[in-house]
Design a protein around this ligand. Structure first.
Ligand SMILES: NC(=O)c1ccc[n+]([C@@H]2O[C@H](COP(=O)([O-])OP(=O)(O)OC[C@H]3O[C@@H](n4cnc5c(N)ncnc54)[C@H](OP(=O)(O)O)[C@@H]3O)[C@@H](O)[C@H]2O)c1
Length: 344
């Protein structure tokens, strides 16, 4: 029997348990060219909140009474495809369910880019890291950090880099990649425990708890000469504070705006936008599927850093599909350190 989490009601503001339903279903029989995957971990991600709304976006909204999608990783337990053997692990996008039936020939492969590549099927290399890492530090969030820091932000050794949401999946790797590049790195996070982790384990030069100190005050204290790159996971007061501190030819990597994902009204933009003009700042967004041509380079460069411990990663794991909703809601209260996952 399969177990799935469905979207049953579109949320207004912050989602609750009422928006989801746990549903049992039959696992369909395997057709020609298909594989059956038993998921071991599913990923819950902030961007899924956007897909719960029926809005026009680069990514299709979830249908009501259908399974919540997103990254998952599991073991092939039956195969009618010559390139996939029983026992191999794959990462896919079929989301919050125990079993997934996949026709590999219909899926995008690493190297393809753009919206069509969102439904990506990747084989897991067990030599590199445990399977869960392939939907976390070596998965979509990891690639976002890599492409955001090295390509969009074009971080240089002389840069001062500020990363918000720094103890999360993307932020913790973004800051560490900037450190590997030789930059000075400041992080913000929502608890003293996370701040300590950033400076004592992830190698950030400094960090602050934005719940105890306004971002503008903290950046002025920690980077009195200003910053060159802001990797934005949060938006709101963080973005405004970063713009105020921007040095000449600074860069802003627009990665995410989690502080407003549950707002029903779009919040006003930064009041000091003119600093972009004053300091000749470049602001550029990142949509990670448009960087899916970089998987190989990412594995080659970041894989060894993970393996030899130069780059650290954390996972917060909820047990059981019945706790997937709590894990997802926990993203908006800061319940995770590193990648938020659900073990099936
Ligand atoms: N553009 C892309 O292609 C792309 C790809 C992946 C992710 N993203 C974005 O990147 C960001 C990070 O994603 P992730 O997967 O790494 O999630 P994450 O950082 O692992 O988890 C979310 C974190 O956001 C923080 N947060 C929640 N509400 C907040 C608020 N109101 N103000 C400030 N911080 C808040 C919480 O940490 P604290 O305890 O520190 O508050 C929470 O742990 C998200 O905005 C996501 O949408 C974008």
């Amino acid at each position: 029997m399969n177990l799935e989490v469905h979207l049953v009601l579109r949320p207004l503001g912050t989602p609750t348990h009422d928006n989801f339903g746990l549903v049992e279903s039959k696992v369909p029989g395997l057709q020609v060219g298909e594989i059956l995957v038993e998921n071991e971990y599913i990923s819950v991600d902030p961007y899924l909140r956007g897909q719960m709304d029926d809005i026009d976006s680069y990514i299709e909204p979830f249908a009501l009474d259908k399974v919540m999608g997103g990254d998952a990783v599991g073991r092939v337990i039956a195969s009618d495809h010559p390139e996939y053997s029983v026992g191999e692990y794959v990462a896919h996008m079929l989301g919050w369910r125990k079993y997934a039936v996949i026709r590999p020939d219909d899926w995008a492969k690493p190297g393809e880019v753009g919206e069509e590549a969102i439904n990506l099927l990747r084989k897991v290399d067990p030599e590199l890291a445990p399977a869960s890492a392939f939907i976390g530090v070596l998965g979509m969030p990891g690639l976002t950090a890599y492409a955001g820091i090295l390509y969009v932000g074009a971080v240089k050794p002389t840069d001062v880099v500020f990363v918000s949401g720094a103890a999360g999946a993307v932020g913790s790797l973004a800051g560490q990649i900037a450190k590997q590049r030789g930059a000075m790195v400041i992080g913000s996070a929502g608890s003293d425990e996370k701040v300590r982790l950033l400076t004592h384990e992830f190698g950030f030069d400094s960090a602050f708890n934005y719940k105890n100190e306004a971002p503008a005050d903290a950046i002025a204290r920690l980077a009195p000469e200003g910053i060159d790159v802001y990797f934005d996971n949060v938006g709101g007061d963080h973005l405004e504070a970063a713009l105020a501190a921007m040095r000449r030819f600074g860069r802003v990597v627009c990665c995410g705006y989690i502080s407003s994902y549950n707002e029903s009204e779009t919040p006003p933009g930064p009041r000091n936008f003119w600093n972009v003009l004053d300091q000749e700042v470049t602001i550029r967004g990142i949509l990670v599927p448009n960087h899916y041509d970089k998987w190989d380079a990412f594995y080659r460069e970041v894989g060894p850093w993970i393996r030899d411990g130069r780059v650290q990663y954390r996972e917060t794991v909820f047990e059981g599909l019945e706790n997937a909703v709590d894990a997802f809601l926990g993203l908006f209260t800061g319940a995770n350190i590193g990648k938020m996952l659900v073990k099936i």
